[in-house]
Design a protein around this ligand. Structure first.
Ligand SMILES: Cc1cc2nc3c(=O)[nH]c(=O)nc-3n(C[C@H](O)[C@H](O)[C@H](O)COP(=O)(O)O)c2cc1C
Length: 478
């Protein structure tokens, strides 16, 4: 009995996406999931999603151009993130993907489906010569809730389909075909993770979404069966093995990749991540959905960001405008968090939004609470930028999205070559996780069946040359 890394997960997923391994790296905002990271995954026979969230339209365009020229024959995907504050940006990005023939997106942060997402999914839908419905654009929905998974696994809502017909984006014949396919054949069940998370445990979320998959496949009887992937906490051989044993078709990692050399973060952040333990994370207010009280999981070791962001949220919650914040409180915010006056921050904010979304400025000038939200969100936005660029004067304010997966990974690689951040190449990390998982599964299964012992109980990370010999891996992660 041999369990090989290339056998883990659903074989149809590998062949549909053109992969050697059922391992994906999830999008990481602001280009942290960089062109280099996505290219490294592709060269390893895996797939990465570029982190388009938070980037300007032209930076996303640039990443598309670079990936098309760097890995012309290999699969890659882009993030299509729901942007409730910027619906026009979401539409522009979806249209860009359609125009540029980006064939795969990771759709995330959706609580409800949107017109741009459905437009992307149904663009080019047709029936082929053998009568099968073909959808050139594939969506992998990333969710942590059953209601949202249900929407992704169902056909596109009729109201959006009819709107697209009215807009001339779909023909009536295409609209009829829409009822035969799900919005997403693949849904990633995202458990407790870095960034946006409902903090669900993977061991409860994955089986729940798999049960839903079975119900909806039986209900709609789709031509291509629905599949479920697992994300959140994927960072050790044991977590990878557990995800596949629970029935995940594929796994998606996130936090571990930010600590890899190809990530769009900086050396200082990679070092901070490499030193973190499992409990060194906290939930802190999110920049994009600040007003709604939504939180993201971040690193708390070595940065005061979670505390300071929480303070801003409390002030926002308790006061109606900047003008009514008690003077002492306001002075404290200006001194420690903003390091300048709130008036000055408003000027900068106004300038930013005048270019990106002028309606925000108009609204803020009428609604003082909205103005306060935009000013506070300046800090939440900058704190990510300071971390990515390694701004030396703002280390204590670094906002670094990170889940407990990071600490688990650090614990596993302690004493090995992967302990040092400079040795963490995304492809080598991923192959080690898959190889370790297959060794571990082999060990457990042979023990359960009473067969002569095979595999390894505690797989250790291996340098790529050794791994190549052991796993028969052919590709060259760069
Ligand atoms: C730094 C960072 C940024 C992220 N940004 C995004 C994003 O922009 N869009 C998205 O869909 N997921 C984002 N995620 C989630 C990852 O794609 C992935 O689903 C998640 O990190 C997996 O869980 P893990 O952190 O436990 O590995 C981010 C995660 C991290 C760590």
């Amino acid at each position: 009995m041999t369990i090989r890394p290339q056998d883990l997960g659903d074989p149809s997923f590998r062949s549909d996406l053109g992969l050697e391994y059922n391992y994906l790296s999830g999008a990481m905002a602001n280009g942290i999931a960089s062109v280099e990271l996505v290219a490294a995954m592709a060269r390893t026979g895996m797939l990465g999603f570029f982190g388009a969230a938070g980037l300007s339209f032209s930076r996303v365009e640039d990443a598309i151009r670079r990936l098309k020229s760097e890995i012309p024959d290999k699969p890659f995907g882009f993030n299509l993130i729901h942007s409730p504050n910027e619906p026009r940006h979401e539409m522009a990005i979806a249209e860009l993907y359609i125009r540029e023939e980006i064939r795969l997106v990771e759709a995330s942060a959706f609580l409800d489906l949107t017109l741009p997402l459905i437009h992307y999914r149904l663009h080019g839908i047709h029936r082929d010569a053998s009568g099968n419905v073909v959808t050139p654009n594939r969506v992998i929905g990333k969710v942590s809730r059953i209601e949202v998974a249900t929407k992704f696994f169902s056909p596109a809502p009729d109201r959006f389909v009819q709107d697209l017909v009215k807009l001339g984006k779909l023909t009536p014949e295409q609209a009829r075909l829409a009822s035969e396919v799900p919005v997403a054949q693949d849904v990633t069940a995202e458990a407790d993770s870095g960034g946006h998370t409902d903090n669900r445990p993977a061991i409860t979320l994955v089986p729940t979404i798999i049960a839903l998959r079975d119900r909806l496949q039986a209900k709609y009887n789709y031509q291509h069966s629905l599949r479920v992937g697992a994300a959140g906490g994927i960072s050790t051989p044991a977590s990878v093995a557990a995800a596949f044993m629970m029935g995940a078709a594929y796994v998606v990692s996130g936090s571990v990749n930010q600590a890899c050399v190809e990530s769009g973060s900086c050396e200082m952040v990679r070092k901070m991540l490499a030193e973190s333990g499992q409990a060194d994370v906290a939930m802190a207010p999110a920049a994009d959905m600040f007003e709604m009280g939504v939180k993201v999981q971040v690193l708390k070791r070595g940065t005061m960001f979670p505390m300071r962001a929480q303070k801003l949220y409390e002030v926002y919650r308790d006061f109606a405008s900047i003008e009514v914040i008690p003077p002492q409180e306001k002075a404290q915010l200006e001194k420690t968090i903003f390091r300048t006056s709130l008036d000055e921050i408003w000027n900068q904010t106004k300038e930013f939004f005048s270019k990106r979304d002028p309606e925000q400025v108009t609204r803020a000038e009428k609604d003082p609470r909205h103005k306060m939200a935009l000013v506070f969100r300046w800090y939440l936005g900058q704190s990510s930028r300071w971390a990515n660029s390694g701004e030396p004067t703002r280390v204590v304010d670094y906002q670094i999205w990170c889940g407990p997966a990071m600490g688990a990974f650090n614990e596993w690689v302690k004493g090995s070559f992967l302990e040092k951040p400079e040795n963490r190449k995304a492809g080598v990390v991923a192959l080690n996780l898959l190889h370790g998982a297959s060794q571990l599964m082999q060990f457990r299964i042979s023990a359960l069946l009473g067969l002569p012992q095979q595999g390894v109980d505690s797989p250790v990370p291996m340098e790529i040359e050794k791994l190549r010999v052991q796993s028969g891996f052919a590709g060259v992660p760069s």
